[in-house]
Design a protein around this ligand. Structure first.
Ligand SMILES: *Cc1c(COP(=O)(O)O)cnc(C)c1O
Length: 396
């Protein structure tokens, strides 16, 4: 294992703080490292492996498609992209889909659709209001929208036209809106910003403000979508609909993919020549996406994920009582976090890993849990036993 890590340190950019394990194999909620150690995976590839690792339906669909046809470009039609687009439209309030390869790329396309709409319909209005602590990706446009200054500042100047307002603050949103504003871009529940849930009525308030002022509401469901929060899209729980929506992470069960969905009249603003991407709608990625969505809908995976969430939340809440260092349980569905009273999260991650559990320190004082939607009861129980012990050791 250490030999691989040594070679990595010689040949790859050192821009990630990787955990010191080399993962070679996965099945369901478990992964194994190159020395045969087994881990329960409650990171899930950062909310990507929605059906667990190498789910048989996803692996079979991707393998079969790879043997038939891997890539031809968007100069031609292929069938998996059409099937996946149909599934997404039928299971969302939106009408059309554009496929790309990552979350950041989906955000870039959403920004371009909003600007094209502003150019065509709103006398060139192009301002986009996003949220403090919001996260939208690392490309320059997505980074300009991201609400964490330290991610942006080393790479300035940013593309212009973005402002940020505090989360859960409708008055700040109203005050930041002017004639130049064309859209509001936000996550329905903030993931990377620390698992921040919207206050009751907040998303409805944003929706109403957008309607009153002719603004587009762009929801970034890249992390929260595809069942992650217990419903297929997180916004369903707030009773609102977006005008434009981005998806990515869990959509193809681990293969790289991104998607933008939009209302019919907005999709119509992108005409041939306006936008594109070579790998977008790749047959293998979209075939995997079809397998993921079919499996979710045909096997009542959302209901199972909600039951798993109830069990996990109950155990985490009991830690609030038993461990003084646990101050709060946050999140919805299987996008959850535990807040600690000190900056002990990195230590907890290490102690968990040494005991066979992978979790993520989303902030210095916060542990994030994003298990597969198909996580089993005994896996939840075992993970919580390990997490409880790790928090006790790290904070005593
Ligand atoms: C991960 C994430 C992104 C960026 O996705 P990439 O595939 O890493 O570019 C954008 N928005 C949200 C909410 C995310 O969680």
């Amino acid at each position: 294992m250490s030999e691989w890590i040594e070679r990595e340190s010689k040949y790859l950019f050192q821009n990630y703080g990787r955990q010191p394990i080399v993962l070679e194999r996965g099945e369901g909620s478990r992964v194994w490292d190159s020395e045969g150690n087994e881990y329960l995976d409650f990171v899930g590839g950062l909310a990507v492996t929605s059906l667990g690792h190498s789910h048989p339906a996803v692996a079979a669909a991707a393998a079969a498609q790879a043997e038939r046809l891997i890539h031809v470009s968007n100069l031609y039609y292929t069938t998996p992209m059409i099937e996946l687009a149909e599934l997404l439209v039928e299971n969302s309030p939106l009408d059309r889909v554009f496929f790309c390869n990552s979350g950041a790329e989906a955000i870039e396309a959403a920004i371009k659709i909003a600007r094209r709409y502003g150019h065509d319909e709103r006398a060139g209005a192009h301002g986009i209001i996003a949220m403090n602590d919001g996260f939208h990706g690392r490309s320059l446009g997505a980074l300009a929208a991201t609400g964490t200054a330290r991610y942006r500042e080393p790479f300035e100047p940013m593309p212009g036209g973005f402002t940020h307002v505090p989360w859960n603050d409708l008055d700040a949103l109203r005050a930041a809106t002017d004639d130049n504003t064309v859209a509001v871009l936000m996550e329905p529940i903030q993931g990377e910003g620390g698992v921040n849930v919207p206050a009751p009525g907040y998303l409805q308030g944003v929706r109403d403000w957008c309607d009153e002022n002719g603004l587009l509401l762009i929801l970034d469901e890249i992390q929260s979508g595809i069942g992650r929060t217990g419903t297929f899209w997180a916004h369903e729980q707030d009773g609102i609909e977006p005008d434009i929506m981005c998806a990515a992470k869990g959509l193809a069960g681990g293969l790289p993919i991104g998607a933008v969905l939009a209302r019919e009249e907005l999709a119509g603003h992108l005409v041939p020549g306006d936008h594109g991407t070579t790998f977008g709608a790749n047959p293998v990625a979209t075939a995997a996406g079809v397998a993921v969505l079919r499996h979710i809908f045909e096997n009542e995976v959302l209901a199972a994920a909600r039951r798993a969430s109830d069990r996990l939340v109950a155990r985490l809440r009991s830690m609030e009582d038993s461990l003084p260092a646990v101050t709060e349980v946050r999140g919805r569905g299987l996008l959850l976090a535990v807040s600690l009273s000190s900056e002990a999260a990195a230590g907890v991650v290490t102690l968990c890993r040494e005991r066979g559990l992978l979790v993520n320190n989303v902030r210095p004082d916060r542990i994030r849990l994003m298990p597969a939607l198909i996580v089993e009861d005994d896996e939840i129980d075992r993970a919580c036993d390990i997490l409880e012990e790790a928090i006790r050791l790290a904070t005593s």
